[in-house]
Design a protein around this ligand. Sequence first.
Ligand code: HEC
Ligand code: HEC
Length: 368
Amino acid sequence: MKTLTGSLAAATAVFALSTAMTVARGGEKRLEPLVPVVIPADNPMSAEKIELGKTLYFDPRLAGDSSISCSKCHDPKKGWSNGVQMSDAYPGTKHWRHVPTVLNAAYLKQLFWDGRAGTLEEQCVGPIEAPIEMNQNFAHLVEKLSGIPYYQKSFKKVFNSDVTMENLAKAISAFERTIVSKPGPLDRYLKGDKNALTASQKRGMTIFTGKANCIACHHGPLLTDHDLHTTGTPEIGPLKTETDRIATRHFFAKVNKYPNPRTVDADYGREIITKSRSDRGKFKTPSLRELRWTAPYMHNGAFETLEDVIEFYMKGGEKHPNKDPEMKPFELNDQEFDDLLNFLDTLSSEKPLLVKKPELPKKADGTF
Ligand code: HEC
Ligand code: HEC
């Protein structure tokens, strides 16, 4: 996929530029208001491209057995995730990670829990091919979609091309770049409206940036440092006991060429990709926007509520040989605990961000 790598390079160049700007401003860790999403130079937005991407996103025929769309796992009605601990999976398989939301994924510089993709375009084709997700063969999918007149016409109009995997990824990515938060109370506050936050929310912000030290990793407009850390999130039961999940873990280690994949006895996170022992247990820092809609939390859905998450941080995370030095225990009284929760709540939209499910186009023979 030479051209996908090309688009990766283009998007990386834009991001490198914006990173340089942050450093030039001093590089300090602080909260910042939302900014518009960066659109990669080689994938400009258009209404028709977004519509095509949206139709593909909701079309279960992208899966090998025509039963799983992107929206099955990243469901708008469930915060663009799936609302449960573990991801859905291709029939007959079980997944080993929690579904991260697609909401605001357009802003992320590292995608997947282990940061193994750099752009939406690069990320998009992964689940289509993965035997635990959509289990589809690319060459077959191109033929399948070419048998649907709407897709043939739409790819021609938008890209002046036949159906290709590269342009499919571009269309879905363009759609995903529209699935983003609108500025909320914190953004108004940071831009000078001192009444945009309540007294409790302001106290919560002081705790967030002060004694709870959340700001060490959760900063900038998305409240993420776009980096990976070991926090010591506990391993969940099903990943220790269920044979099919353990098989998925070993499979993932194997396809990523991790030595002796069957010895991998937990989710090593970033280490599976880099093979560097110092990366064991590292996961990407998620954005903290829209948490109201995206429970449960963490790479394995270990925590059902934000109360559970805060209690985990108060203990300084759990024991891990690689634990990040910024994970330090702290105490909060009941009032401070509520203040921190109230602050986190300002980062979510009042209403869930929904889109209307498009009508699925018929095949050339008139069936679906
Ligand atoms: C069977 C469930 C499933 C399907 C289908 C699926 N995904 Fe995912 N998606 C996941 C899981 C689980 C992850 C995290 C995997 C990991 O980190 O190893 C993920 C990760 C992502 C991410 C990265 C988000 C982040 O914060 O890092 C994006 C974006 C995404 N998927 C978009 C899509 C698109 C677009 C499709 C359709 C082409 C799709 N997904 C299909 C389960 C699914
Ligand atoms: C050392 C860096 C670091 C610090 C400090 C830190 N976090 Fe995190 N945060 C992370 C990482 C990394 C993850 C993902 C861990 C995982 O998936 O296992 C995470 C996950 C989360 C999540 C789950 C989000 C989701 O979508 O699943 C929440 C909520 C959260 N952190 C809030 C906080 C709060 C509140 C504080 C301060 C009390 C804090 N974090 C301090 C790095 C940090």
